[in-house]
Design a protein around this ligand. Structure first.
Ligand code: UD1
Ligand code: UDP
Length: 371
């Protein structure tokens, strides 16, 4: 069986690495290359710190093809990917196309596959923020409705799809396989503890700093929201908790363009760094006192690593982390951000919302057994 896996953005390298490992293990156990994976990188993320470093940390093989699409407006970027992915699929003629998550690379991959009548498997299907202003929400909804095999990370995701009428009664198949990012964290946290010296490099002490990531368009592209977020973060830093913020390039660009002194990186009281490699990130997350983020993946990682999380968004797809008491939504309100850090505490333990750490194996089994 030939499978074309489409990736392009940072979190997709992490998810795809878990599944690629499961493919290699299955082939090894059968003693034959029963599944041939062709890894297609759209080039949505291209900086070394956003792409290359993940392939090395995660021991992902180099992509079989790199489309080099790069950055641009939503429609331009998605359209250019669609054209180029279609060319690859016409040439490679795979039995399946595999897509991950909710980025423009996901949507372009979905469209290219269905137009060529190639069965489409979507990992992380069924997530919803119910916020139609998010590009990610458009990408998820459309990709899910085009998919043949919808591989959900949670029961909530399965229920979301059922409510939209996607279920076994139609031509699509919905399965709760668990979260491949959970597989990844189980696999790599011990490795990170052995290999990463990030705390030493950044002069941070365990349990004595807040780790922040910000990249969501609703925050970076709204000057009032972004300014309010930084107001909250700087207040926390002034009160004595060091704040480390590995800057997504999208956020870095906005900050460097900003004429407002409170947003200019040079005047910031925060420790701003380049995006960090995955292993460094896992160690930074695990050792933080509190995590503040607008990332999807980071909310879950905080939960899995037992670190209280403050989510600087108005909604979340990962509702289980909130229900379990590990995550609180504060929007972009500086007072709420500060108050949430003051009151951050562990939530309930023992919930098994994201599977058993074998989601990637189930993804592979589901594709193989699909008829
Ligand atoms: C994308 C996804 C988002 C995901 C995030 C993961 C979409 C619509 N959004 O958002 O769901 O959470 O990836 O990180 O697909 N840039 C660089 N270098 C790079 C990549 C980007 O400088 O290697 C800059 C460019 O100015 C670009 C901007 O970052 O315009 C945004 O990049 P883009 O891939 O369009 O969206 P993300 O914000 O990264
Ligand atoms: N991540 C990383 N380095 C960073 C920031 C994030 O390795 O500097 C990892 C993080 O641990 C998680 C993934 O990237 O596994 C999340 O990606 P991102 O926040 O870019 O996207 P989202 O999950 O919001 O789509």
């Amino acid at each position: 069986m030939k499978l074309v896996t489409i990736v392009g953005a940072r979190p997709q390298f992490i998810k795809a690495a878990a599944v690629s490992r499961a493919i290699v293990a299955r082939n090894a156990s059968l003693g034959t290359a029963a599944i041939q994976e062709f890894l297609l990188h759209t080039g949505q993320h291209y900086d070394e710190v956003m792409s290359g470093v993940f392939f090395r940390d995660l021991e992902l093989p180099e992509p079989n093809e790199h489309l080099g699409v790069g950055s641009g407006p939503q429609g331009w970027q998605t359209g250019r990917m669609l054209t180029r992915i279609e060319e690859t699929l016409l040439r490679e003629r795979p039995d399946w196309v595999l897509i991950y998550g909710d980025t423009n690379s996901t949507l372009a991959g979905a469209l290219a596959a269905v137009k060529l009548h190639i069965p489409l498997a979507h990992v992380e299907a069924g997530l919803r923020s119910f916020n139609r202003r998010m590009a990610e929400e458009h990408n998820r909804v459309v990709s899910d409705h085009l998919s043949t095999l919808l591989l959900c990370p949670t029961r909530t995701a399965v229920e979301n799809l059922r409510r939209e009428g996607i279920d076994e009664a139609g031509s699509a198949s919905v399965e709760n396989v668990g979260d491949v990012m959970y597989d990844s964290i189980l696999h790599y946290t011990g490795v990170a503890e052995k290999r990463s010296d990030v705390l030493h490099r950044l002069k941070l002490s365990p349990c004595n700093y807040g780790l922040v990531t910000i990249h969501r368009a609703e925050n970076t592209d709204d000057p009032v929201r972004l300014k309010n977020i930084f107001k909250g973060l700087e207040q926390i830093a002034r009160e004595g908790l060091p704040i480390v913020l590995p800057l997504h390039p999208r956020t870095r660009k906005v900050l460097y363009k900003s004429s407002s002194s409170s947003l200019g990186p040079r005047s910031s009281s925060l420790l701003l760094t380049d995006p960090v490699p995955y292993l460094d990130m896992l160690l930074l997350e695990k050792s933080a006192k509190v995590i503040l983020t607008d990332s999807g993946g980071v909310q879950k990682e905080a939960y899995w690593l037992g670190v209280p999380c403050v989510t600087m968004r108005d909604d979340t797809e990962w509702v289980e982390t909130v229900e379990a008491g590990w995550n609180v939504l504060v929007g972009a309100d500086p007072d709420k951000i500060v108050a949430a850090v003051h009151s951050a505490k562990p939530g309930k333990t023992g919930g098994n919302y994201y599977g058993d750490g074998h989601a990637a194996e189930r993804v592979v089994q589901s594709i193989v057994k699909f008829v």
